[in-house]
Design a binder for this molecule. Structure first.
Ligand code: HEC
Length: 653
């Protein structure tokens, strides 16, 4: 039994799904939509995932990172609570990636791959109304450093901040940034974490690498007092000694009267029910906290904060009288390096008298690999990374009737490049939440049937989406898509498609100027065949690829018969193909198979039905359950892309 298993290589994946995923067709889109915002040159991730070579060369690692849900980074449990613009892959995306890897990572025709999206290294707010940069600062310590910078927006009247972003000057050393406003003249501590040294400072935003700008819910804003100060508290990671940074904070403002939202650490060590936050060495300890709301609140966003001993944190609220539970956030595997602002897609209503509760687990044993002390030592509340912290922030406003139907967000995110060639698409996504309905528009005209939170845009123009919830509705800002036109690729039908013995058939393209050509025979580019016409002397399936300097196009296939056989008879018998009449399984057997790097199955139109990498086995088994009846051609290929052998095969299905 063991012996049989080791010689067989089962191809159950193949021919059971319509199409094997390729880089050009499926994987590039998946990576560009979910990974490249961080994994690009100049991005915050340690390596780029932009090209076929980059992704295929580390495909095993990438597969592991997405199977374990380590990547894309998103620590809240989506089964507990959904948030706006979650960074998570659908199970079907993970399956597609797995299929691609087990199929040998086929590239597909790279000329038709979607372009790499570009990300601005500047502001994502468009043109910010306030842009402040901290003075250039050089770190001169080998340990953690918290540095506070005072910046002055110079607003003589009160204004509302409606969006805030932080852009580190030096991604390699900026660990996180807290943004406070303080309109007093209290002195600010130059160094020190936690607060700013002034008890009047209010936190308005927390940034970690990968955070997107924080947009306040539509119709709300964070009030900035006249002549306020902005205090940036930058945490420089250990190992930054000698490096410099100047971090920018950008703010969008709105002077119209907006509802004011408050950001507050509603749960903290002062309202712990089993405090103080003190974790003895070699202990795992759970802490709970509770806060009862005086008035009814509408909450928009949460942010939790612990340090290196933190293992998990759950936050919820129990309603008065009924004790009904409202879920807030559950982070089952706390990661100090991935803390974010989690925005509720639907506002969370907390009636007066609700008890907001949190439970957090800390592991101060040596089995916690992040424990800063070896051997473990007692850890207490404090601002240093090696101390511990327990903070649950909520962004909220006093409840107003109808808040259940607030539309939180109307931004549209393209999940790929918005300029591409005809034939490609880009997914545009907006907020997904309970009860929302959507209608997409192109240049103001309804796109019939496009009523989901996303649309796959394929035409040039301005895309918008009308979002409705209960009695409310808004229209998103437009996203402009530009589709470059592809050339026409067409082979003129020759007067005869039968190649005369010893002769050839002249194939020519329909005329065009400034075009480049490549002829393909049986799915493979023909070397040197790069003119508008071709003397074809070999029977087989021809395709013409045309390039206009921007985009590629492929012609329909043209089949030529006669002439010299396209299939070299001398290699036909080097392996055998037979189909088990009962199971329908196809067996490939023969010594030639041991040389093969790749095996393809073409149908008689020259289209590849299946393709996969081979691993030098003597025998392969192929599940053809959905292969329709007809004639097919198996080809064995070596690593230089040459055909070693071909075999015709008549499928009985
Ligand atoms: C928000 C930014 C961000 C996004 C989005 C993101 N990554 Fe990462 N990725 C990082 C950073 C930063 C690291 C290095 C630090 C770490 O491992 O957490 C990393 C590390 C990795 C690693 C190494 C993991 C390891 O075990 O050390 C792999 C593989 C990876 N990413 C793949 C992906 C893939 C695939 C996607 C998309 C499906 C993706 N990442 C999306 C930021 C990101």
């Amino acid at each position: 039994m063991k012996l049989i298993l080791s010689v067989f290589f089962l191809w159950t994946w193949c021919c059971t799904s319509a199409q094997t995923p390729t880089w050009s067709g499926d994987i590039a889109k998946l990576i560009y939509g979910n990974c490249t915002s961080c994994h690009r040159s100049g991005g915050i991730a340690p390596f780029a995932l932009e090209t076929y070579d980059e992704v295929s060369s580390m495909a095993g690692w990438v597969q592991q990172s997405i199977e374990t849900k380590k990547m894309p980074p998103w620590t809240p449990d989506v089964n507990y609570k959904h948030f706006a613009h979650e960074r998570v892959l659908a199970p079907s995306d993970i399956a597609t990636f797995q299929q691609w890897v087990s199929a040998g990572m086929p590239s597909g025709n790279l000329n038709f791959a979607p372009p790499v999206p570009s990300f601005s290294s500047g502001s994502q707010l468009g043109t910010p109304d306030i842009s402040l940069i901290s003075p250039s600062f050089t770190i001169s310590t080998t340990s953690d450093l918290y540095r506070n910078f005072e910046l002055f927006p110079g607003n003589s009247t009160a204004i509302n901040a409606t969006a805030i972003e932080v852009i580190p000057g030096n991604n390699a050393i900026v660990h996180h940034v807290l943004v406070f406003q303080d309109s007093t003249s209290n002195p600010i501590n130059v160094d020190g974490g936690g607060g700013t040294g002034s008890n009047a400072s209010q936190l308005i935003y927390g940034f970690v690498p990968g955070s997107r700008p924080y947009y306040t819910p539509l119709g709300t804003g964070i009030r900035l007092a006249p002549n306020t100060r902005i205090v940036l508290q930058v945490h420089y990671a250990p190992g930054s000694n000698g490096q410099s940074d100047a971090t920018t904070v950008n703010i969008k403002t709105d002077s119209s009267p907006l509802r004011k939202i408050t950001i507050n650490s509603v749960l903290n060590p002062t309202n712990m029910t089993n405090g103080p936050l003190l974790i003895p060495a070699n202990e795992v300890k759970t802490f709970n906290a509770e806060y009862v709301t005086q008035d009814s609140l509408t909450a928009f966003c949460t942010f939790t904060h612990m340090h290196l001993l933190g293992q998990h944190v759950k936050v919820w609220a129990n309603a008065p009288v009924t004790n009904d539970t409202t879920r807030i956030v559950w982070i089952p595997k706390w990661d100090f390096h991935w803390q974010d602002n989690y925005i509720f897609p639907n506002s969370v209503i907390l009636p007066a008298g609700s008890s907001v509760k949190a439970e957090a687990l800390y592991d101060n044993t040596s089995s916690n690999p992040n424990n800063p002390n070896n051997p473990p030592a007692i850890v207490a509340e404090g601002i240093s990374t090696t101390d511990e912290m327990f903070l649950i922030f909520l962004a909220y406003a006093p409840y107003l009737q109808g808040d259940e139907f607030l539309i939180i967000d109307k931004r549209v995110f393209p999940k790929g490049a918005t300029t591409f060639c005809e034939g490609n698409t880009v997914r545009l996504e907006t907020l997904q939440g309970d009860g929302y309905t959507y209608q997409w528009y192109l240049n103001g005209s309804v796109l019939i049937g496009e009523t989901s939170y996303f649309t796959d845009a394929s035409s040039t123009g301005a895309y918008t989406v009308a979002i409705a919830l209960g009695p409310n509705n808004v229209t998103s800002d437009p996203v402009n898509v530009w589709v470059n036109s592809a050339p026409t690729a067409q082979i003129q039908i020759p007067s005869s498609t039968i190649i005369p013995s010893g002769g050839s058939v002249l194939l020519s393209s329909i005329p065009g100027t400034g075009l480049q050509y490549q002829w393909y025979l049986n799915g493979t580019p023909m070397s040197g065949a790069t003119s508008a016409s071709l003397n074809a002397s070999v029977a087989g399936t021809y395709v013409l690829e045309v390039f206009n300097g921007t985009c590629f196009a492929l012609s329909d296939t043209l089949v030529l018969t006669g002439g010299t056989a396209g299939i070299n008879e001398s290699v036909l018998e080097d392996f055998f193909v037979f189909q088990d009449p009962i199971s329908g399984m196809i067996h490939l057997k023969g010594s030639k198979l041991k040389e093969a790097e790749k095996i393809t199955l073409h149908d008689m139109n020259g289209r590849i039905v299946c393709e996969r990498m081979a691993n030098h086995q003597y025998e392969y088994e192929w599940n053809t359950s959905i292969l329709s009846e007809g004639t097919y051609l198996f080809s064995l290929w070596n690593s230089s892309g040459e055909v070693l052998a071909r075999k015709k095969f008549l499928s009985g299905h």
